[in-house]
Ligand binder design. Structure first.
Ligand SMILES: [Zn+2]
Length: 299
């Protein structure tokens, strides 16, 4: 079973990176009219798998620099879903220093893993999962002074059991609306179709926004975007990605807030909580082909 899932996962990542460059969903006159009565969108940036503990051109540090200072909007605050026990990252002294920097600079820390590797929580025993959640929450609390409230399940995978375990630890699942498809689990670190991918995903989301299905928080509709800060390609292109997001919104006819990115931690927290998964059986949209993979492998 695990092998099948791993194989399907690898296939899914390859397909999401290299294939499916389908055209953006079309805009109808009725949709355009409905959009005019909707509040503007605001991008809520999230980063998975970090921090990097590399001493050479550290990608997480580079991303922190770019979020603080860039030509699009300086002082952007985002959510880092960290791996607090990762051997090349959060489990090291440098990793902890960087997580401290993330907190000190006004970003939010969320839980991703507290195992040495990127373990799928569904494949952990209840004892292992419990230990991982206890460790991860304590690790983050030691840095920020408060227990985290947000979790991003590795591989976007959860079930009733893991959902309930998260809740026991006060954690709410935040999925994503847009994915940069930059995960480097299988060593693929580049994203040749980053612009068209984001435009297409945003055009699909536009239908839900036009239908009034997306809640506004403080007069903006949060649009969750996922990157991977351990990816050097992402780090090198971070400023470009910020511009691409703003351009993509314009291209698909979605108005952005005067400040297109969140820049204040408590507002970021409110917007993120409003975007979390309310129930374990709630229908959700996962990026790429992950819906297909996990629906084909229901427990
Ligand atoms: Zn991950």
């Amino acid at each position: 079973m695990k092998q099948i899932v791993s194989w399907l996962s690898a296939l899914g990542i390859a397909v999401s990176i290299f294939g499916c460059a389908s055209a953006p969903a079309p805009m109808t006159p009725l949709m355009a009219e409905h959009l005019r009565s909707q509040p503007p969108i605001r991008f809520l940036l999230t980063f998975d798998d970090g921090p990097s503990a590399s001493r050479f051109a550290n990608p997480t540090q580079s991303i922190l620099d770019d979020l603080a200072h860039n030509p699009v909007q300086s002082g952007i605050k985002s959510i880092f879903f960290v791996q607090t026990h990762a051997s090349g990252g959060g489990g090291t002294e440098l990793g902890r220093k960087i997580m401290q920097r993330e907190n000190d600079e006004g970003h939010l820390l969320g839980f991703h893993t507290a195992t040495p590797h990127h373990a799928n929580h569904r494949f952990l025993s209840s004892e292992e999962l419990e230990q991982s959640l206890t460790d991860g929450v304590a690790d983050i609390k030691a840095i920020t002074g408060a227990a985290p409230t947000l979790v991003r399940p590795p591989f976007w995978n959860y079930d009733q059991r893991t959902f309930a375990a998260y809740r026991q630890h006060g954690l709410h699942i935040l999925l994503t609306d847009l994915s940069a498809n930059d995960g480097k689990t299988w060593g693929i670190t580049f994203s040749p179709r980053r612009r068209s991918n984001l435009v297409r995903q945003l055009s699909e989301l536009r239908e839900h926004i036009a239908a009034g299905e997306r809640p506004a928080v403080n007069a903006c509709i949060p649009v969750v975007v996922t990157f991977h800060d351990v990816n050097r390609y992402t780090a090198r292109h971070m400023q470009e990605y910020l511009q691409i997001l703003v351009d993509s919104a314009r291209e698909v006819g979605l108005a952005t807030s005067a400040k297109p990115f969140y820049d204040e931690r408590s507002e970021l927290q409110r917007a993120a909580m409003a975007s979390t998964v309310a129930r374990s059986d709630q229908p959700v949209h996962l990026p790429g082909v992950w819906n297909w993979i996990w629906n084909a492998n229901k427990p």
